[in-house]
Design a protein around this ligand. Structure first.
Ligand code: SF4
Ligand code: SF4
Length: 342
Protein backbone atom coordinates (compact mmCIF):
# COMPACT_ATOMS: atom_id res chain seq x y z
CA UNK A 1 0.00 0.00 0.00
CA UNK A 2 1.78 3.08 -1.14
CA UNK A 3 0.05 5.57 1.12
CA UNK A 4 0.54 3.44 4.18
CA UNK A 5 1.70 6.08 6.62
CA UNK A 6 1.72 4.81 10.15
CA UNK A 7 -1.94 5.07 11.06
CA UNK A 8 -1.53 5.88 14.74
CA UNK A 9 1.10 8.51 14.02
CA UNK A 10 -1.17 10.01 11.39
CA UNK A 11 -4.04 10.21 13.84
CA UNK A 12 -1.85 12.04 16.31
CA UNK A 13 -0.50 14.43 13.73
CA UNK A 14 -3.94 15.14 12.28
CA UNK A 15 -5.23 16.08 15.69
CA UNK A 16 -2.09 18.07 16.53
CA UNK A 17 -2.25 19.95 13.26
CA UNK A 18 -5.77 21.08 13.98
CA UNK A 19 -4.88 22.14 17.49
CA UNK A 20 -1.74 24.01 16.42
CA UNK A 21 -3.80 25.67 13.78
CA UNK A 22 -6.14 27.11 16.36
CA UNK A 23 -9.07 25.35 14.74
CA UNK A 24 -12.03 25.92 16.94
CA UNK A 25 -11.16 29.60 17.13
CA UNK A 26 -13.77 30.01 14.39
CA UNK A 27 -11.15 30.45 11.69
CA UNK A 28 -9.89 33.78 13.04
CA UNK A 29 -6.40 34.99 12.24
CA UNK A 30 -4.31 34.61 15.39
CA UNK A 31 -4.02 38.06 16.98
CA UNK A 32 -0.22 37.90 16.94
CA UNK A 33 -0.25 36.76 13.32
CA UNK A 34 -1.80 39.96 12.02
CA UNK A 35 1.43 41.85 12.52
CA UNK A 36 3.77 38.98 11.60
CA UNK A 37 5.64 38.48 8.34
CA UNK A 38 3.02 37.33 5.89
CA UNK A 39 0.24 39.45 7.39
CA UNK A 40 -1.98 40.50 4.54
CA UNK A 41 -3.16 43.96 3.53
CA UNK A 42 -6.22 42.13 2.21
CA UNK A 43 -8.87 42.06 4.93
CA UNK A 44 -9.94 38.50 4.24
CA UNK A 45 -7.05 36.66 2.53
CA UNK A 46 -8.84 33.32 2.66
CA UNK A 47 -11.82 34.64 0.68
CA UNK A 48 -9.54 36.61 -1.63
CA UNK A 49 -7.39 33.60 -2.56
CA UNK A 50 -10.45 31.36 -2.93
CA UNK A 51 -12.03 33.87 -5.33
CA UNK A 52 -8.79 34.15 -7.25
CA UNK A 53 -8.84 30.41 -7.91
CA UNK A 54 -12.57 30.09 -8.56
CA UNK A 55 -12.79 33.16 -10.82
CA UNK A 56 -9.83 32.11 -12.93
CA UNK A 57 -11.37 28.65 -13.37
CA UNK A 58 -14.74 30.15 -14.29
CA UNK A 59 -13.46 32.77 -16.74
CA UNK A 60 -10.12 31.72 -18.22
CA UNK A 61 -10.35 30.54 -21.84
CA UNK A 62 -7.56 28.11 -20.92
CA UNK A 63 -10.08 26.06 -18.94
CA UNK A 64 -10.95 24.08 -22.07
CA UNK A 65 -10.69 20.59 -23.52
CA UNK A 66 -9.89 22.30 -26.84
CA UNK A 67 -12.36 20.04 -28.65
CA UNK A 68 -14.93 20.94 -31.28
CA UNK A 69 -17.67 21.40 -28.70
CA UNK A 70 -15.38 23.68 -26.62
CA UNK A 71 -16.10 21.80 -23.40
CA UNK A 72 -14.64 23.10 -20.17
CA UNK A 73 -12.00 20.94 -18.53
CA UNK A 74 -13.03 21.66 -14.92
CA UNK A 75 -15.99 22.76 -12.85
CA UNK A 76 -15.81 24.96 -9.74
CA UNK A 77 -12.78 24.10 -7.58
CA UNK A 78 -12.58 23.35 -3.87
CA UNK A 79 -10.00 25.39 -1.98
CA UNK A 80 -8.28 24.68 1.35
CA UNK A 81 -5.31 25.91 3.38
CA UNK A 82 -2.75 24.40 5.72
CA UNK A 83 -0.18 26.11 7.89
CA UNK A 84 3.47 26.04 6.91
CA UNK A 85 4.38 24.84 10.40
CA UNK A 86 1.74 22.09 10.53
CA UNK A 87 3.72 19.05 11.69
CA UNK A 88 2.04 16.94 9.02
CA UNK A 89 4.45 18.46 6.45
CA UNK A 90 7.45 17.25 8.49
CA UNK A 91 5.82 13.84 8.76
CA UNK A 92 5.62 13.64 4.96
CA UNK A 93 9.33 14.35 4.77
CA UNK A 94 10.10 11.80 7.45
CA UNK A 95 8.11 9.09 5.67
CA UNK A 96 8.76 9.83 1.99
CA UNK A 97 12.44 10.73 2.30
CA UNK A 98 14.83 13.61 3.01
CA UNK A 99 14.30 14.93 -0.55
CA UNK A 100 10.63 15.72 0.13
CA UNK A 101 10.20 19.47 0.71
CA UNK A 102 8.56 21.05 3.68
CA UNK A 103 6.79 24.32 2.80
CA UNK A 104 9.68 26.28 4.34
CA UNK A 105 12.28 24.40 2.28
CA UNK A 106 10.69 25.09 -1.09
CA UNK A 107 9.96 28.69 -0.07
CA UNK A 108 13.57 29.33 1.04
CA UNK A 109 14.91 27.62 -2.07
CA UNK A 110 12.84 29.94 -4.24
CA UNK A 111 13.29 33.15 -2.22
CA UNK A 112 16.71 32.86 -0.56
CA UNK A 113 16.75 36.62 0.15
CA UNK A 114 13.30 36.69 1.75
CA UNK A 115 13.23 35.85 5.45
CA UNK A 116 10.48 33.52 6.55
CA UNK A 117 9.68 31.11 9.33
CA UNK A 118 7.54 28.02 8.83
CA UNK A 119 4.74 29.68 10.81
CA UNK A 120 4.69 32.64 8.38
CA UNK A 121 3.72 30.38 5.48
CA UNK A 122 0.46 28.96 4.16
CA UNK A 123 0.04 26.12 1.69
CA UNK A 124 -2.87 26.91 -0.63
CA UNK A 125 -4.46 23.79 -2.14
CA UNK A 126 -7.22 23.31 -4.67
CA UNK A 127 -9.19 20.52 -6.28
CA UNK A 128 -10.30 20.77 -9.92
CA UNK A 129 -13.23 18.37 -10.41
CA UNK A 130 -13.86 16.87 -13.85
CA UNK A 131 -17.06 17.87 -15.67
CA UNK A 132 -20.06 15.58 -15.80
CA UNK A 133 -19.49 15.04 -19.55
CA UNK A 134 -15.91 13.84 -19.04
CA UNK A 135 -16.92 11.49 -16.24
CA UNK A 136 -19.99 10.14 -18.06
CA UNK A 137 -17.87 9.21 -21.09
CA UNK A 138 -15.39 7.18 -19.08
CA UNK A 139 -18.05 5.51 -16.93
CA UNK A 140 -19.23 3.63 -20.02
CA UNK A 141 -15.80 2.27 -20.88
CA UNK A 142 -13.97 -0.70 -19.45
CA UNK A 143 -10.56 -0.72 -21.11
CA UNK A 144 -9.46 2.27 -23.19
CA UNK A 145 -9.56 5.92 -22.21
CA UNK A 146 -11.96 8.38 -23.80
CA UNK A 147 -10.92 11.41 -25.79
CA UNK A 148 -12.38 13.83 -23.26
CA UNK A 149 -10.44 12.19 -20.42
CA UNK A 150 -7.16 12.35 -22.34
CA UNK A 151 -7.81 15.98 -23.28
CA UNK A 152 -8.51 16.82 -19.63
CA UNK A 153 -5.26 15.14 -18.60
CA UNK A 154 -3.26 17.09 -21.19
CA UNK A 155 -4.99 20.44 -21.76
CA UNK A 156 -6.70 20.47 -18.36
CA UNK A 157 -3.32 20.08 -16.71
CA UNK A 158 -1.94 22.90 -18.87
CA UNK A 159 -4.75 25.03 -17.43
CA UNK A 160 -3.78 23.83 -13.93
CA UNK A 161 -0.22 25.02 -14.57
CA UNK A 162 -1.54 28.41 -15.65
CA UNK A 163 -3.67 28.51 -12.50
CA UNK A 164 -0.62 27.77 -10.33
CA UNK A 165 1.28 30.61 -12.04
CA UNK A 166 -1.71 32.95 -11.70
CA UNK A 167 -2.14 32.27 -7.97
CA UNK A 168 1.60 32.56 -7.24
CA UNK A 169 1.94 35.77 -9.28
CA UNK A 170 -1.20 37.39 -7.79
CA UNK A 171 -0.06 36.66 -4.24
CA UNK A 172 3.45 37.91 -4.99
CA UNK A 173 2.08 41.12 -6.50
CA UNK A 174 -0.04 41.62 -3.39
CA UNK A 175 3.14 41.52 -1.28
CA UNK A 176 3.13 37.80 -0.44
CA UNK A 177 6.00 35.99 -2.19
CA UNK A 178 4.61 32.70 -3.44
CA UNK A 179 5.81 29.63 -5.35
CA UNK A 180 4.09 26.67 -6.96
CA UNK A 181 6.38 23.80 -5.86
CA UNK A 182 5.59 21.59 -8.86
CA UNK A 183 6.65 24.40 -11.22
CA UNK A 184 9.98 24.90 -9.47
CA UNK A 185 12.99 24.00 -11.68
CA UNK A 186 14.13 21.79 -8.80
CA UNK A 187 10.90 19.77 -8.77
CA UNK A 188 11.58 16.17 -9.79
CA UNK A 189 10.74 12.55 -9.26
CA UNK A 190 12.95 10.55 -6.96
CA UNK A 191 12.92 7.21 -5.21
CA UNK A 192 11.49 6.77 -1.75
CA UNK A 193 12.67 3.74 0.26
CA UNK A 194 9.14 3.26 1.53
CA UNK A 195 6.96 4.31 -1.41
CA UNK A 196 9.05 3.82 -4.56
CA UNK A 197 8.62 6.58 -7.16
CA UNK A 198 7.85 9.84 -5.36
CA UNK A 199 8.28 13.53 -6.14
CA UNK A 200 9.73 16.14 -3.82
CA UNK A 201 6.30 17.71 -3.29
CA UNK A 202 2.95 15.93 -3.33
CA UNK A 203 -0.04 18.11 -4.12
CA UNK A 204 -2.43 15.34 -3.09
CA UNK A 205 -0.80 15.20 0.35
CA UNK A 206 -0.92 18.99 0.55
CA UNK A 207 -4.65 18.73 -0.20
CA UNK A 208 -5.06 16.10 2.53
CA UNK A 209 -3.32 18.48 4.96
CA UNK A 210 -5.69 21.26 3.85
CA UNK A 211 -8.77 19.24 4.80
CA UNK A 212 -9.78 18.52 1.21
CA UNK A 213 -9.98 14.73 1.27
CA UNK A 214 -8.58 11.34 2.25
CA UNK A 215 -6.92 8.58 0.25
CA UNK A 216 -8.68 5.66 -1.41
CA UNK A 217 -7.53 2.12 -2.11
CA UNK A 218 -6.10 3.24 -5.48
CA UNK A 219 -4.20 6.17 -3.88
CA UNK A 220 -6.55 8.80 -5.37
CA UNK A 221 -7.78 11.53 -3.04
CA UNK A 222 -11.51 11.26 -2.28
CA UNK A 223 -12.81 14.80 -1.85
CA UNK A 224 -16.32 16.18 -1.20
CA UNK A 225 -16.53 16.55 -5.00
CA UNK A 226 -15.17 13.05 -5.53
CA UNK A 227 -11.97 11.48 -6.74
CA UNK A 228 -12.31 12.36 -10.44
CA UNK A 229 -10.18 15.48 -10.19
CA UNK A 230 -6.72 16.97 -10.32
CA UNK A 231 -5.18 19.15 -7.66
CA UNK A 232 -2.76 22.02 -7.37
CA UNK A 233 -0.93 24.04 -4.74
CA UNK A 234 1.09 27.12 -3.96
CA UNK A 235 3.24 27.97 -0.91
CA UNK A 236 3.07 31.64 0.11
CA UNK A 237 4.29 33.91 2.87
CA UNK A 238 0.84 34.86 3.99
CA UNK A 239 -1.22 34.21 7.09
CA UNK A 240 -4.46 32.42 6.31
CA UNK A 241 -6.40 30.40 8.86
CA UNK A 242 -6.08 26.68 8.04
CA UNK A 243 -9.04 24.68 6.86
CA UNK A 244 -10.12 22.16 9.50
CA UNK A 245 -9.45 18.52 8.67
CA UNK A 246 -12.79 16.84 9.26
CA UNK A 247 -11.12 13.41 9.57
CA UNK A 248 -8.60 11.68 11.79
CA UNK A 249 -7.78 8.78 9.47
CA UNK A 250 -6.08 9.19 6.11
CA UNK A 251 -8.41 6.54 4.61
CA UNK A 252 -11.59 7.75 6.29
CA UNK A 253 -13.64 8.31 3.11
CA UNK A 254 -12.77 5.02 1.36
CA UNK A 255 -15.42 2.31 1.77
CA UNK A 256 -12.81 -0.43 1.49
CA UNK A 257 -10.80 0.81 4.48
CA UNK A 258 -13.68 2.26 6.46
CA UNK A 259 -16.23 -0.53 6.04
CA UNK A 260 -14.48 -3.45 4.37
CA UNK A 261 -16.69 -3.18 1.25
CA UNK A 262 -16.41 -1.81 -2.31
CA UNK A 263 -13.09 -2.33 -4.11
CA UNK A 264 -14.65 -0.99 -7.33
CA UNK A 265 -11.45 0.81 -8.31
CA UNK A 266 -9.73 -2.57 -8.15
CA UNK A 267 -12.30 -4.09 -10.52
CA UNK A 268 -12.26 -1.07 -12.86
CA UNK A 269 -8.47 -0.91 -13.28
CA UNK A 270 -7.53 -2.28 -16.72
CA UNK A 271 -3.87 -2.56 -15.70
CA UNK A 272 -4.47 -4.73 -12.61
CA UNK A 273 -2.63 -2.05 -10.68
CA UNK A 274 -5.02 -1.95 -7.73
CA UNK A 275 -5.41 -4.83 -5.29
CA UNK A 276 -6.47 -5.28 -1.70
CA UNK A 277 -2.92 -4.25 -0.80
CA UNK A 278 -3.32 -0.90 -2.55
CA UNK A 279 -1.86 0.76 -5.62
CA UNK A 280 1.00 -0.74 -7.64
CA UNK A 281 2.71 2.30 -9.17
CA UNK A 282 4.82 0.25 -11.58
CA UNK A 283 1.82 -1.58 -13.05
CA UNK A 284 -0.04 1.74 -13.26
CA UNK A 285 2.82 3.36 -15.20
CA UNK A 286 2.78 0.43 -17.67
CA UNK A 287 -0.93 0.90 -18.26
CA UNK A 288 -0.43 4.64 -18.74
CA UNK A 289 2.12 3.88 -21.47
CA UNK A 290 -0.54 1.74 -23.18
CA UNK A 291 -3.02 4.64 -23.02
CA UNK A 292 -0.42 6.95 -24.54
CA UNK A 293 -0.16 4.77 -27.65
CA UNK A 294 -3.94 4.47 -27.79
CA UNK A 295 -4.39 8.22 -27.53
CA UNK A 296 -1.92 8.96 -30.31
CA UNK A 297 -3.44 6.34 -32.59
CA UNK A 298 -7.14 6.98 -31.99
CA UNK A 299 -7.36 10.66 -31.07
CA UNK A 300 -4.18 12.04 -32.61
CA UNK A 301 -3.34 13.62 -29.25
CA UNK A 302 0.15 13.35 -27.76
CA UNK A 303 -1.22 12.67 -24.30
CA UNK A 304 -2.24 9.86 -22.06
CA UNK A 305 -4.80 9.19 -19.39
CA UNK A 306 -6.47 6.28 -17.73
CA UNK A 307 -8.71 7.26 -14.83
CA UNK A 308 -10.73 4.04 -14.61
CA UNK A 309 -10.11 4.04 -10.86
CA UNK A 310 -11.64 7.52 -10.68
CA UNK A 311 -14.72 7.47 -12.92
CA UNK A 312 -17.48 4.89 -12.58
CA UNK A 313 -16.74 4.28 -8.90
CA UNK A 314 -18.94 5.17 -5.90
CA UNK A 315 -16.35 7.79 -4.89
CA UNK A 316 -16.19 9.37 -8.36
CA UNK A 317 -18.15 12.53 -7.54
CA UNK A 318 -18.64 12.54 -3.76
CA UNK A 319 -17.63 11.03 -0.46
CA UNK A 320 -19.31 7.63 -0.91
CA UNK A 321 -21.58 5.68 1.38
CA UNK A 322 -22.96 2.15 1.32
CA UNK A 323 -26.06 3.20 -0.57
CA UNK A 324 -23.99 4.57 -3.50
CA UNK A 325 -22.32 1.21 -3.79
CA UNK A 326 -25.55 -0.79 -3.83
CA UNK A 327 -27.19 1.69 -6.21
CA UNK A 328 -24.22 1.42 -8.59
CA UNK A 329 -24.48 -2.41 -8.50
CA UNK A 330 -28.23 -2.19 -9.18
CA UNK A 331 -27.70 0.13 -12.19
CA UNK A 332 -25.03 -2.20 -13.67
CA UNK A 333 -27.31 -5.20 -13.14
CA UNK A 334 -30.23 -3.41 -14.85
CA UNK A 335 -28.01 -2.36 -17.77
CA UNK A 336 -26.88 -5.94 -18.11
CA UNK A 337 -30.47 -7.26 -18.15
CA UNK A 338 -31.68 -4.58 -20.58
CA UNK A 339 -28.67 -5.23 -22.81
CA UNK A 340 -29.85 -8.80 -23.35
CA UNK A 341 -33.10 -7.56 -24.90
CA UNK A 342 -31.53 -4.98 -27.18
S1 SF4 B 1 -13.81 2.76 -5.47
FE1 SF4 B 1 -14.33 2.05 -3.41
S2 SF4 B 1 -12.46 1.01 -2.69
FE2 SF4 B 1 -11.88 2.29 -4.43
S3 SF4 B 1 -11.24 4.24 -3.51
FE3 SF4 B 1 -13.41 4.44 -4.02
S4 SF4 B 1 -14.49 3.90 -2.13
FE4 SF4 B 1 -12.37 3.14 -1.93
S1 SF4 C 1 -4.80 5.15 -13.42
FE1 SF4 C 1 -5.53 3.34 -14.55
S2 SF4 C 1 -3.87 1.84 -14.38
FE2 SF4 C 1 -3.52 3.38 -12.81
S3 SF4 C 1 -4.54 2.58 -10.99
FE3 SF4 C 1 -6.01 3.91 -11.98
S4 SF4 C 1 -7.20 2.56 -13.28
FE4 SF4 C 1 -5.34 1.46 -12.74
Amino acid sequence: MSNGFDRRQFLKVSARGAAAAGIGAAGRLPASGVQAAGASPVSNPSAWVSSLIKDFTATSPLNSLRNASKDKAWVEPLVGFSRGDDSIHSLYKEKVGPFHWTPLEIFSLTFPETPARAEDLTVVSWILPHTELTKADLRKETKNPTERWVRARLYGEEFNEALRRHVAASLTEAGHPAVAPTLSPQFKNQRSDLYGAASNFSERHAAYAAGLGTFGLCDGLITPKGKAMRCGSVVARVQIPPTPRPYTDHHAYCLFYAEGICGNCMLRCPGKAVSKSGHDKTACQKQLAVTSEYSEKHFGIPGYGCGFCQAGTPCESKIPNRFDLYWGDFVSWMNDILGRFR
